[in-house]
Design a protein around this ligand. Structure first.
Ligand SMILES: Nc1ncnc2c1ncn2[C@@H]1O[C@H](COP(=O)(O)OP(=O)(O)O)[C@@H](O)[C@H]1O
Ligand SMILES: [Mg+2]
Length: 490
């Protein structure tokens, strides 16, 4: 690959600045190699910003030369062709880059401590083979393209055992990317659960023209209270107490009474909603406690989330067993009131961790959209520690980055950043530990829709600006327009 006419201006730690002449086309996110012509080694540099080069010294020099020349002879000649040089200078750009690694004798190396020579270095675009090699993997899927590389195949293994974040402004393509991740995992045989607050994942098994595709038997849409129901005995007292306390704010003294009622029913072998309702109504306790219990019981009962008929309760174990070649359970929480979302998620997570800890399920990928709407405070840390240990690998998706806890930013293994244009959001997402804050700020604020900065294991720790590829399945939940039919009909 030919050299570019770029010059090294400055290097400080892993920051590097290059001068780029007007005829070169270089964009944010591009990777360059700075090759030492005499030693077989190169620095790998990513361009994170393109600015005008303000080189006052040089500019002044040239200007002074030009002016003094003209005033002596008193005419308009431009013997040194200064004006065209100044024109070039005005369009000369300053590339702000970050050193991401090095090549020694053709092999990737992390030794970036050496200083490339200003005189003997050649700057060139990084050849695609190098990136392809770094990304090559057994379980790869097509993520999209970059400006220079038509097909970026990323490694699904890099999601396995990991914690991931997808964030960006509304409408930039987060859910779209998540659908790509979910379908890719399911195709490779993995089990996934999607907490879908907008009901937009339910048609992932259908092609754009509505036909069912081979993926369709693997996409299982669940509606809480309809086909996602639990039996009391399946749930158990501790989970139910947790749900009552956290999702329905049941006071502690009432919770103690509830436990007593539960034990009595259990001894009698009558753990049904019906008996529970009757027991609460007649239990000998303070009126305020009974009222508190009664109100929570009514909420649970109305939601339909509990069923006394074991045949209508969802048998998770069986579902996963029957779909050993991969499946996605889509929990459709569209239009649900917030308490019901919380109840659903409490019961679901408890059930899933139960399956995982008893080894009835090996591992599971959980996708949580706008988790602050339904995930209790204490679960966030649990998800990165205990549950992850058990095999629950979570991806958080949100357009409000401040709703994701700091510990998640610090520990995330893969981060997909779509556009943000306000300082507050940029500040929050630049907390991710995997990359420097400069890169995040400079790249993310200018990203167009459908394009994201991918950071982490999934891109072999070479941050990439990727155009996420289109999907061949239905992405229901796309914004509806009133005038759309007229537009297409016209
Ligand atoms: N890479 C892409 N290629 C084609 N269409 C896309 C892409 N990403 C998003 N879209 C479309 O753009 C719209 C908004 O995307 P969506 O993923 O719902 O945004 P977000 O979840 O960030 O609010 C949707 O109609 C979606 O189908
Ligand atoms: Mg979305």
């Amino acid at each position: 690959m030919g050299g570019l006419s770029l010059k090294i201006l400055r290097k400080e730690g892993d920051d590097i600045q290059l001068l780029c002449f007007p005829d070169e086309e270089v964009e944010k996110g591009d990777y360059l190699l700075i090759r030492d012509r005499f030693k077989d080694r190169s620095l790998i540099v990513q361009v994170i910003d393109v600015q005008y080069a303000n080189i006052p010294g040089i500019l002044e020099d040239l200007l002074r030369d030009g002016i003094s020349e003209g005033s002596i002879t008193g005419d308009d000649v431009d013997p040194f062709n200064v004006s065209s040089q100044i024109a070039v200078l005005k369009d000369t750009r300053l590339l702000v880059g970050k050193i991401r690694g090095a090549l020694e004798q053709g092999r990737l190396s992390r030794d970036v401590s050496w200083l490339p020579s200003r005189n003997h270095s050649l700057v060139e675009l990084m050849p695609s083979t190098l990136l392809m090699e770094a990304l090559s993997a057994k379980h790869s899927f097509e993520l999209g393209s970059t400006r220079r590389f038509s097909n970026i195949a990323a490694d699904l293994n890099a999601l396995d055992g990991r914690l991931n974040i997808v964030t960006g402004r509304k409408g930039t393509g987060k859910s779209h990317l998540t659908k790509l991740l979910v379908t890719s995992l399911v195709k490779e045989g993995a089990p996934a659960v999607v907490l879908d607050v907008n009901g937009e994942y339910v048609n992932l098994g259908r092609s754009l023209d509505g036909r069912q595709m081979h993926l369709s038997p693997k996409i299982i849409a669940l509606i809480p209270g309809v086909n996602l129901r639990f039996s009391l005995s399946q749930v158990g007292l501790s989970t139910l107490l947790g749900t009552l306390i956290y999702a329905l704010s049941l006071p502690e003294n009432s919770a103690r009474v509830f436990a007593r009622i539960w034990h009595e029913l259990e001894e009698r072998g009558e753990l049904t909603m019906r008996s529970l309702g009757e027991a609460i109504a007649t239990y000998d306790c303070h009126e305020s406690i009974r009222d508190a219990l009664q109100a929570r019981f009514n909420t649970l009962d109305d939601s339909g989330i509990f069923s006394d008929d074991p045949r209508t309760a969802l048998n998770f174990e069986e579902v996963f067993r029957n779909h050993s070649a991969g499946c996605a359970l889509i929990v459709n929480m569209k239009n649900q009131y917030s308490a019901l979302r919380r109840i659903t998620v409490e019961l679901l997570i408890s059930k899933l961790t139960d399956l995982l800890s008893s080894q009835r399920l090996r591992a599971l990928f959980l996708f949580a959209e706008e988790a602050h709407l339904y995930l209790r405070e204490t679960y966030w840390d649990d998800i990165v520690t205990r549950m992850r240990h058990l095999g629950l690998f979570t991806t958080f998706i949100t357009n409000q980055p401040d709703t994701i806890q700091n510990s998640i930013y610090r520990q995330a293994d893969n981060i997909f950043l779509f556009n943000f244009n306000n300082e507050h959001d940029l500040e929050i997402v630049s907390r991710v530990a995997k990359i420097d804050a400069d890169t995040v700020r400079m790249i993310v604020r200018d990203l167009p829709p459908y394009r994201c900065l991918v950071i982490g294991d999934i891109v072999a720790n070479f941050p990439l600006v990727v155009n996420v590829r289109p999907l061949e399945v239905q992405t229901l939940g796309a914004t509806r327009y009133f005038f759309q039919s007229q537009i297409t009909a016209a």
